[in-house]
Design a protein around this ligand. Structure first.
Ligand code: PLP
Length: 436
């Protein structure tokens, strides 16, 4: 332990605090694909931090840009004052978003991007005289951050339970179907009919009461749940037919995770809004964004009298200049190194083949992959929970992963090479043989 006596004071988020503090895992520094812990050991970062360090750790170009920005303009209010870097960053970002989603509202995190998108949806419905459209539809296993709007539309029970009355929301069924789709490579074949449930929900509530549907193109925190072939296009078609907005939460899916800037591009489905965060700055500084369809922006602006604030929403740190500097430098790296497309190319192919080579090993009941995201799903014969033990064992063997129940989620930095992928597969092979 370094310059502190006790770990009692930091209440750690989404962590079993007591267990962690009994046997802590402390990371001291990071570089490229690697974390270095307080025992001097090297740990392969197979989750890019929390699905965010897409260009790898310790990028000097980003550090230099951040340092220079602090010395030039560390902060100024984004309310009624501007700074060039906010406008520059928004302009650079929309070169990557689907055509027509050219307006960017900045927040400080993914959770806040979600809250902002939900409020923009309501503001839009009000602005066009459809204020009765105030309900949302989310999806089971969806994760949309931790604020009240996000947990309302989210579909992970522990995140919702016990937090009182939430927003008026209904949920689509999730699309995880291991029985029919186990060991599918890429998008699963079966499950498009689960999009039809949207039709039922819209009829049940009346589509004139629904503002928007929000889904992750690929659910990350829910256990890497992939959209069945044709599913997202079906959602789009139903939303358009019923005059309901479609929001893609791409906080994880964006910035190369699925082999393109956004899942919307990779799947060729155009939502009305996209939420983004994490990889938008390579995880280096907190920043979130909502990409908004131009007509939504125009409608909200034109509904307000000239000279008055059009949308009563924003954050002290919206478009924080230092975070924008980090984001611009991250974009430079993504573009110059071709990182955003890597998951759709040769390395994505290698990732798929390598992960699927685990099929048939004891205890492994499914492997899923797309772009540079993946999951290895375990099951113990007696039904006991094994994910947390696997996570600890991975760490002992030199790899950091994320366990969602018995699903091991993988989302490595996009700079990953074949040797790292081989190491990931070797560790799972060893664990499967040891534990099952
Ligand atoms: N939305 C999705 C899809 C996420 O995966 C996350 C975080 O993992 C969030 C929102 C929340 O982002 P943040 O933790 O930055 O608030």
């Amino acid at each position: 332990m370094k310059n502190y006596q006790s770990m009692d004071h930091f209440w750690m988020p989404f962590t079993a605090n007591r267990a962690f503090k009994e046997s802590p895992r402390i990371i001291e520094r990071a570089e490229g694909m690697w974390l270095f812990n307080d025992e001097g050991r090297q740990i392969l970062d197979a989750t890019a931090g929390l699905w965010c360090v897409n260009a790898g750790h310790g990028r000097k170009q980003i550090a230099d840009a951040v340092a220079a920005q602090i010395q030039t303009l560390d902060y100024t209010s984004p309310f009624n004052l501007g700074h060039d870097i906010g406008f520059e960053f928004a302009e650079r970002l929309v070169k990557h978003s689907p055509q027509g989603l050219d307006r960017v509202f900045f927040s400080c995190s993914g959770s806040e991007a979600v809250e902002s998108a939900l409020k923009i949806a309501l503001a839009y419905q009000n602005a066009r005289g459809k204020g009765g459209k105030y309900r949302f539809i989310g999806r089971e296993k969806g994760y949309h951050g931790v604020n009240f709007g996000g947990i309302s539309v989210g579909g992970l029970t522990p995140n919702r339970k016990g937090f009182g009355p939430l927003l008026p929301v209904d949920h689509l069924p999730h699309t995880l179907d291991v029985e029919r789709n186990a060991f599918s490579k890429g998008l699963p074949e079966f499950g498009i009919e689960r999009a039809e449930a949207l039709e039922n929900l819209l009829q049940f509530h009346g589509s004139d009461s629904i503002a928007a549907v929000i889904v992750e193109p690929v659910s990350g925190a829910g256990g890497v749940v992939l959209p069945p072939v044709g599913y997202l296009k079906k959602l789009r078609e139903i939303c358009t037919r019923h005059d309901v907005l479609l929001i893609f939460d791409e906080v994880i899916c964006g910035w190369g995770r699925l082999g393109d800037s956004f899942g919307a591009n990779r799947f060729d489905v155009q939502p009305d809004m996209i939420t983004s965060a994490k990889g938008i700055t390579n995880g280096v500084l907190p920043l979130g964004a909502v990409f908004v369809r131009n007509e939504i922006y125009d409608t909200v602006l034109n509904a307000a009298p000239e000279g008055q604030v059009e949308f009563f929403h924003g954050y002290t740190y919206s478009a924080h200049p230092v975070a924008c500097a980090a984001g611009l430098a991250a974009l430079d790296i993504y573009e110059s190194e071709g990182l955003l497309e890597r998951g759709a190319g040769e390395i994505g192919q290698y990732w798929e083949e390598a992960l699927h080579s685990l099929k048939g090993l004891p205890g492994i009941v499914d492997v899923r992959n797309f772009g540079l995201i993946g999951a290895v799903q375990f099951a113990a014969a007696d039904g006991s929970l094994v994910g947390p033990t696997i996570m600890k064992r991975c760490y002992e063997l030199g790899m950091s992963i994320r366990a969602v129940g018995d699903i091991i989620a993988l989302s490595p930095p996009l700079i990953i090479e074949k040797s790292h992928i081989d190491q990931i597969v070797d560790i799972f092979t060893q664990i499967s043989k040891e534990m099952f």
